[in-house]
Structures are given as C-alpha cells and as structure tokens.
Write a protein that binds this ligand. Structure first.
Ligand SMILES: *Cc1c(COP(=O)(O)O)cnc(C)c1O
Length: 468
C-alpha cells in the first residue's frame, strides 16, 4: 500500500486560536457582500485560510520567549547583534541589514545597484521584484529552465536556463546586466526548487563575466530540503551546511523573512562589499530607519534570530514540505488535477483542466476559488487570467494567463493533517458537482493588480452564450 501519510507534526500545541465555520447561508451572504473577491472577505469569516504562506507562520515557544527579550534601543541594540550573528552564520556575508519586509530589501538593493535601461536576469522574478526593478528603470528578464512547462513531475523545475543566460550575456553585454538573481524556491513557478548544480553553474558564469550574483531567498530552507532529498551528494549534509554552501556562491542576498524566517514580519539584506553596504545604509536611514533596526522592532529581530535557526531543523522541514505533498496527493485522489511535483509551500490546482466548460474569460480559477469558500469555508486564491489577464497596456489587446490555476498556500506550523483531510473531502464534493459551476465576470476593476480589488458576479446563461 502506498503510504500517503505525511510525517506526524514534530511539535505539540501550547497555545490555540479558535476558528469558526460559518453556516452555508452566512457564507453565501459574506461572499456576495465581498463581490465574489476573496481579498475582500474578513479573515474571521474564513474557516481555513490558505490565501498565502507569507507572514502567517505560527511562532514557537522559543520565539515568543525571545520576543520578550527585545532590546528596543534606537542604535546598537543587543537584539541586532543576535540577528546579525545568526544571519552571518547562515548567509556567509560580512554586512547585515535588517529590513521590514522583502520588498523594502528589493527597493534598497535596486535603488543602489540598478542603472536605467539595464537588465536584471532572474530564474523568475516574483511580482514585487519585477515591480521594483521596473520602478527603478531596470528591465526584468526571466530565464526559467525549459522543463518548467512540462507536465512531467521532474525535479528542480525552479532552475535557471544557463544556456539562455550565456546567450543573453553575449547578445546584450555583461556591462548592461546589473545583476543576476536566483529566486529560491522559485515562487512564481509554484515554489519549485533550484539545484545546487544549477546555482554553481550560474555563479561561475557571473564570476567569469563579472556580474553581481544575488539570491532572493524567501524560502531558502525549503530549497535546501529539496537539495538534501533529491540531489546526489547532499543526502548526508545538514540543512545548515547546504545553506552555507549555497550562499557561499553569491555576492549578496535579499530575503522576505515572512516565509522561512518563521515570523510574521521582517526581511534582510546581507552583502560582502563594503561600498554596497555603505550606499544601502545611507539610503536606508532616509526611508527605513537606522541600520541596526531597519524598520523593525528589537523584538522582531529576536524572533527572527530564533526563527532563522529553527527553520534549519530537518524534521521540521520534512514535515513542512511533505505536508504540502500530502495535500497534493489527497487533492489528486479527490480528482483535482494539480501541478506536479508539488513545490515547497503550496499546491496548485489546474482549474482550466478541471473546468473545461468555463473559458478563460469566465475565470475558471475564480469559479473554483468561490466553490471552495461556499462549500467548505476555505480561502484559496486564483492565479490565472483574473490575476494576470486584462488589457495589454502596449498593444491594447485582451490577454489571458498561460494557465488557469488555483493556489492553496500552507502557512507554516498552523494547520494539522486533519484540516487537510477536511479540505480533501470537500474537494471530492466539488469535483462531483463540477459541471454545475459557472464562470464569473468582472463588474468593476482597477488598472493595476486588479485581482486585489475587482468586483465580480456569476455569469448568467446569456453571458455564457456570448462567451462561447
Ligand atoms: C514574498 C516574496 C517577496 C516579497 O516579500 P514581502 O515580504 O512580501 O515584501 C519577494 N520575493 C519572493 C520570492 C517572495 O516570495
């Protein structure tokens, strides 16, 4: 018999937060009032919230204890020294700058290192990384490996395409590329991992061409777990050793610590170059705060120094990543087509494949998202044409996303196996009734990032005829 069971939670629960399932009638009222946009729901009207794994982590007893030890001095707090020591150990860099979250780290780095009209090459830019690059006049280029679109469950689908990287450098010139960034795990392609081999190849190309090599490493520990599990030669190394080997290859890192910092807020920059450090901290004082707190409280720095160590624990990471795999297996059993293999932090359901009777114009991912809330009180998020489609600002043409997906992101250490079993049971029911699901149409939208604020309504028979 195939063992579907995920590793049992390597913790016991000391503090609990009650959650409540509203009645079906109440859920119908709430989602209607939210104009069928789950971002407009009040969190207390959600039973199980899988909207994001960012900042939603549960802290450990050690982190809560550390929080009380926060030194709130303006400059030179001992909490900063604790944070600095931990970050130096893991990331192997001389200079450490705390930031209040990932995007402020991006803002500082790109403001300092990007020149207008120059390129930033990434395995795949995350939304805020892309946004901040564009905001500073840079040109973001994604070079994911060709395997990324394959339906086969291949390993290390998060890799960068090194052949295209070399070609790009030859074509555009190394002096026009201000930075190469490796995003681990590769969030925008489903939290897929990057192999150490790929990291080292990209690093040596950057060294040879004298291009800065950075990591965007919100989920670095989850990436290290995949390397230990699947990459030959790493099975006997500790997660910390793998992290150190990984970060020894780069010039600097930026991190959103709302993910693998196991905290609710925070971010960081670490670099080796003194001149870069000096420029970053000069700007920092202007927009974020003094360099020993970086927009965070002393207690946040204490929480992060504990969290960044705890996340390196193999039994935690095994439980974590295997919990994601377990949810994926359960959803597959329930008849949901998912993207395989599952990555480190979320399961992606292919709503386009599940609901072929709804065209991309009817947002099949949104139809499934609404079904999960109505049936089960579960909040998930559409990652498809509602998020990425719309009118192309350059050509004026209507564009749809490449895939119509729904993401179930798992907060760290928050939900138990039993919550996941509950979700899978309702997934079976949704699959059984899938032909009754209808598409949605937008009744109101903004120009940028419309998915956060748009209003929708269910399509009626007339709309469906027009669209098909
Ligand atoms: C979350 C995330 C960011 C942005 O971080 P925030 O803390 O949300 O500002 C940047 N890059 C990646 C890969 C992320 O996952």
């Amino acid at each position: 018999m195939k063992d579907l069971r995920q590793p049992t939670e390597p913790f016991r629960i000391k503090s609990v937060e009650p959650i409540k399932l509203l009645s079906r009638v109440e859920r119908e009222e709430k989602i209607k009032a939210a104009k069928y946009n789950v971002f407009k729901l009040d969190a207390q009207d959600v039973y199980i919230d899988l909207l994001t794994d960012s900042g939603t982590n549960a802290m450990s007893n050690r982190q809560w204890a550390a929080l009380m030890m926060g030194d709130e001095s303006y400059a030179g707090a001992i909490s900063f020294r604790h944070f600095e020591k931990t970050v130096k150990e893991i990331f192997q860099k001389k200079y450490v700058v705390p930031c209040h979250q990932g995007r402020s780290a991006e803002n500082l780095i790109f403001s300092t290192l990007l020149k207008k009209g120059h390129y930033v090459v990434n395995n795949t830019h995350f939304d805020t990384t892309r946004g901040n690059t564009l905001h500073k006049g840079g040109i973001p280029i994604d070079l994911p490996c060709p395997e990324v679109d394959s339906l086969d469950p291949l390993l290390f689908k998060g890799n960068m395409d090194t052949m295209r990287l070399e070609d790009f450098i030859v074509k555009h010139g190394a002096d026009k590329i201000d930075m190469v960034i490796m995003t681990v795990t590769n969030n925008s392609v489903g939290g897929q991992p990057v192999s150490m081999k790929n990291i080292k190849e990209v690093s040596s190309i950057c060294k040879k061409r004298k291009i800065l090599f950075f990591f965007d490493c919100a989920r670095f520990a989850e990436n290290c777990y995949f390397i230990k599990k699947d990459e030959p030669g790493y099975e006997n190394k500790s997660i910390e050793e793998i992290a150190q080997e990984m970060f020894a290859t780069c010039d600097g890192v930026m991190m959103s610590s709302k993910k693998d910092g196991l905290a609710n807020i925070g971010g960081l920059i670490a670099v080796n170059d003194e001149e870069i450090y000096r420029q970053i901290t000069e700007l920092m004082i202007l927009i974020e705060g003094f360099p020993t707190y970086g927009g965070l409280a002393g207690r946040d720095l204490e929480v992060l120094s504990v969290g960044l160590k705890e996340v390196l624990d193999y039994s935690y990471l095994r439980y974590r990543v295997e919990q994601v795999r377990y949810l994926g297996e359960k959803l597959k059993e329930a008849g949901m087509p998912i993207v395989e293999p599952t990555g480190g932090h979320a399961v992606f359901i292919d709503a386009g494949r599940l609901l072929p009777h709804i065209s991309p114009e009817g947002f099949p991912g949104q139809a499934l998202t609404i079904a999960f809330y109505l049936e089960a009180g579960v909040r998930v998020v559409e990652i498809g044409s509602l998020m990425f489609g719309g009118i192309d600002p350059v050509t004026g043409e209507k564009v749809n996303a490449k895939k119509e997906l729904v993401r179930m992101a798992l907060p760290r250490r928050v939900y138990t196996n039993s919550h996941l079993d509950y979700i899978a049971e309702w997934a079976s029911k949704i699959v059984a009734d899938k032909d009754s699901l209808r598409g949605y149409k937008i009744t109101h939208q903004s120009t940028f990032l419309r998915h956060f604020t748009c209003e929708l309504e269910e399509m009626n028979t007339e709309d469906i005829k027009i669209n098909s």
